[in-house]
Design a protein around this ligand. Structure first.
Ligand SMILES: C[S@@+](CC[C@H](N)C(=O)[O-])C[C@H]1O[C@@H](n2cnc3c(N)ncnc32)[C@H](O)[C@@H]1O
Length: 182
């Protein structure tokens, strides 16, 4: 077989192998987290932004920001949006999206109003947040409730996706999204 046939076949095999390895690492990291990656659906993003009532220049913190879709939506609403994320692949994806789409057309050094921190969300500084986004499993909601109500300043809006806080009454709810106030 000529080298002109073998080379592209080898390149395709190497790309496939690399993809499989990278996906393997992604899912291995995800399996060991008590909060796996599940992305918020588009219609829920709209509800979250509506319920959050973000005002320009407010600080929004997403606890486990995934591919960054909520922090980009918050930035488009005028917020300074900070995501805490531990999965390096999702951080990279957020950074790529920021460079490609620049929600506010600003410098890529601060990703157009969006920051993603490679940091454990349980160490997030909630005292600076005007709005907090939470999307956790049912079994982690007690921990999120304690964390948010202990660390956030009084009056912070907390917007919770899907699984509600076990001991607090939401001020509003719509489309499986719950709004609380610390
Ligand atoms: C349910 S997903 C939510 C993603 C995003 N907020 C959204 O709504 O599309 C939870 C995210 O939290 C991240 N995560 C899990 N444990 C974490 C931790 N201890 N610190 C930071 N991020 C974490 C996961 O990698 C995942 O991306």
């Amino acid at each position: 077989m000529s080298v002109f046939i073998i080379t592209p076949i080898l390149v395709i095999i190497i790309i496939l192998l690399l993809t499989i390895i990278l996906l393997g690492i992604f899912f291995t990291i995800d399996t060991f987290l008590d909060l796996p990656y599940v992305a918020t659906k588009r219609d829920k993003i709209e509800t979250i932004i509506k319920l959050a009532q973000i005002k320009p220049k407010e600080t929004v913190v997403d606890l486990g920001s995934g591919d960054g879709r909520l922090i980009f939506a918050a930035a488009r609403a005028g917020a300074h949006a900070i995501g805490y994320e531990i999965n390096p692949f999702l951080i990279l994806l957020t950074q790529i999206k920021a460079i490609l789409f620049h929600p506010r057309g600003e410098s890529s050094s601060h990703l157009g109003g969006v920051f993603v921190k490679r940091q454990n969300l349980w160490k997030a500084d909630l005292s600076i947040a005007d709005v907090i986004f939470v999307y956790g499993r049912k079994k982690t909601m007690q921990k999120f409730e304690d964390f948010a109500y202990k660390k956030a300043k009084k009056g912070t809006r907390i917007v919770v996706n899907t699984n509600r806080f076990p001991n607090k009454k939401p001020l509003k709810s719509n489309n499986g999204i719950f709004l609380y106030r610390a």
